[in-house]
Design a protein around this ligand. Structure first.
Ligand code: NDP
Length: 287
C-alpha cells in the first residue's frame, strides 16, 4: 500500500517555519510582510480561495492588503489598482485572483505586476527565470509538489517523470522543475495518443489534466510515485484526476485529494511573499 503524501501536515510545518522567520527578522525589516490579493467581481469560488489565503496569512504573521474591485471595473481601473500595489512599500506580494470577469483580459494585467512582487510566480519574467535556472518566485503549485517530493525523499535524478497537462499554471513549470532536478521528463496533453502507454513508463506521474478520476491503475507502473494535482467538487465530495482507491494499492506513494497538493499551493504563496519581504529589505532570505 502506498505512502500517503500528506500536504496538510507539511504545509503546517512550513507555516511554523515562516512564522518563526517573520518573528526573528521583524525588527531588522521594521514591518511585517504584506500580501495583496486583488479580487475583481464576485465569483463565489474565488471568494472562498481569497478567504483561505487571508486566513493562512494571518496564521504566519503576513498582513493581508486585499483589494476588492467590483465586477464592472474597467481594465484601466484594475491596472491602476495593480500599479498602486506595485508602489506600496508595505506590499511584498501581489496576486491577481483568477478568473477575472468576462471582458477583462488577464494577460496585460498579470504582466503589469512588479516581477519582484509576483507572489504566484506566473509573471513572464519569472517563468523565464525558471527556464534559465535563475532565482525568482516560483509557480506555487509545482513548487508545492517539489516540496512534497523532497519531504518524502523521492529521488528524481535519472528517474522517468511524466506530467499530464501542459498549462502555464501547472504542467509547464512542473516539467521545468522536474527537469532541473535531473529527471527525464515527458509532457502529455489532450492530443497524446495512448496516454496509458506513456504514463506506465513513469517512475513519477504528476497528473494535472483537470479531468475527474481519469487516471486509473491501467495508467500506473507498479511502485510509481503518483501526484494528483486535479481538484473537482462533485456531488459525493472532492476528488482529483486520479482514481485514488484503484491507484493507492499499486503506487509506492500517492498524494490524496483533498489534503495533498492543495494546501501546499497556498503555503508556497506565503513562502514567495516572505522571501520577497526579506529580499526587498536586504536581509537573509534563506528559509
Ligand atoms: P488546464 O485546463 O489549464 O490544463 C489542463 C491540461 O491537461 C491541458 O494541457 C490539457 O491538454 C491536458 N488534458 C486535458 N484532458 C486531457 C486528457 N484527456 N489527456 C491528457 N491531457 C489532457 O488546467 P490547469 O493546469 O489549470 O489545472 C489542472 C487541474 O489542477 C485542475 O483540476 C485544477 O483545478 C487543478 N489545480 C489544482 C491546484 C491545487 O492547488 N491543487 C492549483 C491549480 C490547478 P491541452 O493543452 O491539449 O488542452
Amino acid at each position: 500500500m502506498a505512502t500517503r503524501m500528506d500536504g496538510r501536515q507539511l504545509a503546517g510545518e512550513i507555516e511554523l517555519r515562516l512564522q518563526a522567520t517573520i518573528a526573528e527578522r521583524l525588527a531588522a525589516v521594521g514591518r511585517p510582510p504584506g500580501l495583496a490579493v486583488l479580487r475583481v467581481g464576485d465569483d463565489p469560488a474565488s471568494g472562498v480561495y481569497v478567504a483561505n489565503k487571508e486566513k493562512a496569512c494571518a496564521r504566519v504573521g503576513i498582513t493581508s492588503l486585499g483589494a476588492h474591485l467590483d465586477a464592472g471595473s474597467s481594465a484601466t481601473e484594475v491596472l491602476a489598482a495593480v500599479q498602486q500595489l506595485n508602489a506600496d512599500t508595505a506590499c511584498d506580494g501581489i496576486l491577481l485572483q483568477l478568473p477575472l470577469p468576462a471582458g477583462l483580459d488577464e494577460g496585460p494585467l498579470l504582466l503589469a505586476i512588479d516581477p519582484e512582487k509576483d507572489a504566484d510566480g506566473l509573471h513572464t519574467l519569472n517563468l523565464g527565470r525558471l527556464l534559465k535556472g535563475e532565482p525568482g518566485p516560483r509557480s506555487c503549485t509545482p513548487a508545492g509538489v517539489m516540496a512534497l517530493l523532497a519531504r518524502h525523499g523521492v529521488a528524481l535524478s535519472g528517474q522517468r517523470a511524466v506530467v499530464v497537462g501542459r498549462s502555464i499554471l501547472v504542467g509547464q513549470p512542473m516539467a521545468l522543475m522536474l527537469q532541473a532536478a535531473d529527471a527525464t521528463v515527458s509532457v502529455a496533453h489532450s492530443r497524446t495518443p495512448v496516454l496509458a502507454a506513456l504514463t506506465r513508463q513513469a517512475d513519477l506521474l504528476v497528473v494535472a489534466a483537470g479531468r475527474p478520476r481519469m487516471i486509473g491503475s491501467e495508467h500506473v507502473k507498479p511502485g510509481a510515485v503518483v501526484i494528483d494535482v486535479g481538484i473537482h467538487r462533485t456531488e459525493s465530495g472532492l476528488c482529483g484526476d486520479v482514481r485514488f482507491e484503484e491507484v493507492e494499492p499499486i503506487a509506492s506513494a500517492i498524494s490524496p485529494v483533498p489534503g495533498g497538493v492543495g494546501p501546499m499551493t497556498v503555503t508556497m504563496l506565503l513562502v514567495n511573499t516572505v522571501v520577497a519581504w526579506c529580499r526587498r529589505a536586504g536581509v537573509a532570505h534563506d528559509l
